[in-house]
Design a protein around this ligand. Structure first.
Ligand SMILES: [Zn+2]
Length: 311
């Protein structure tokens, strides 16, 4: 083949590649203002998280507020922290007032709780019309599910779904508990477990998307307002980029066509993609990543993060 022809073929291949290979992900944080962890105060954590997101070049993450948390001792100063997230360019949204399990709550009580949070939130800068179900619990029966689908529309809200379900909070909690028990942890190993688990989970759902939708949607990663996020979000973003991911805004993620889908299933607790896959007939047993599991994460934490043989 002539060099010029070979060059042109190569150039065309390179041009075509990014669109095919692009993996997009937005970051979202739940339970704002969240209880403290083992390493910093809630104020220190918010300051660190805002700085880390800026350093990582994350233009807009989502912060889902549980307004009832503002009444708890750790919620002191919470409104100022929420406003600081908004002032840093991040999106603010509804994660209910009382963080209720919907399947255990009367429909009218549940709707009132969500609207109560909305009444407080809608005056805030950065506010978006998104509601994220606590525990991703959409009711577990058709009556509850459809009642909330209607109630959200009535209030002009849309489902603030995730596509990537994980137990980031458990990796954080394991370290808090170990410290409280006086056990020594390897912080680099703790960071690596967090980063590796979340990148692995993202890729698990990306594969599910390609198999189910035959395309890559803009993903939404479920995170919580934890110390481990404030400490290591820069490392997480770096690892995601190294793995081929582009960080996008929450606004871009929720402009994806999957935002308009109401999956015809009751398998809704693992996020939007798993629901779409379940509605398409996939075995629910295949829709949960092995590390979205407290026992497995605890095992890995004990094996890799706890410093063995101290004392
Ligand atoms: Zn929550």
């Amino acid at each position: 083949m002539r060099p010029l022809v070979r060059f042109l073929i190569l150039a065309l291949a390179l041009l075509a590649t990014p669109a095919l290979a692009e993996k997009r992900i937005a970051l979202s944080f739940d339970d704002i203002p969240r209880h403290e962890g083992g390493f910093m105060t809630p104020d220190e954590r918010a300051i660190a998280l805002i700085a880390a997101l800026a350093e990582a070049g994350v233009e807009q993450a989502g912060f889902f507020v549980t307004t009832g948390n503002l009444d708890d001792p750790y919620g002191k100063g919470g409104e100022a922290r929420i406003r600081a997230y908004a002032a840093a360019g991040h999106a603010i949204a509804n994660h209910s007032h009382g963080h209720l399990w919907y399947h255990q709550t009367e429909i009218a009580d549940y709707i009132a709780d969500v609207y109560r949070a909305e009444d407080w939130l809608e005056r805030l800068p950065g506010k978006r019309p998104w509601f994220r179900f606590p525990y991703l619990d959409e009711g577990r029966d058709i009556e509850r599910r459809d009642a909330m689908r209607a109630a959200l529309k009535t209030r002009g809200l849309s489902n603030g779904y995730v596509t990537i379900d994980d137990y980031d909070w458990h990796i954080d909690a394991l370290a808090t508990k170990a410290l409280a028990e006086g056990r020594e942890i390897d912080r680099d190993a703790w960071r690596d477990l967090y980063v590796e688990t979340l990148v692995g989970t993202a890729n698990f759902y990306e594969k599910m998307a390609l198999e189910t939708l035959a395309r890559s949607p803009a993903h939404v990663l479920l995170l919580h307002e934890t110390d481990i996020a404030a400490l290591y979000i820069v490392d997480l973003v770096k690892a995601l980029r190294a793995d081929g991911w582009t960080i996008v805004t929450m606004d871009e993620a929720y402009a994806d066509p999957i935002a308009a889908i109401e999956p015809d299933t009751l398998y809704l607790g693992g996020g939007r993609l798993a629901a779409i896959a379940a509605a398409a007939g996939k075995d629910p047993g295949s829709l949960v990543y092995e590390r979205t599991d407290e026992t497995e994460l605890t095992r890995l934490f004990e094996e890799r993060v706890i410093v063995q043989g101290g004392e």
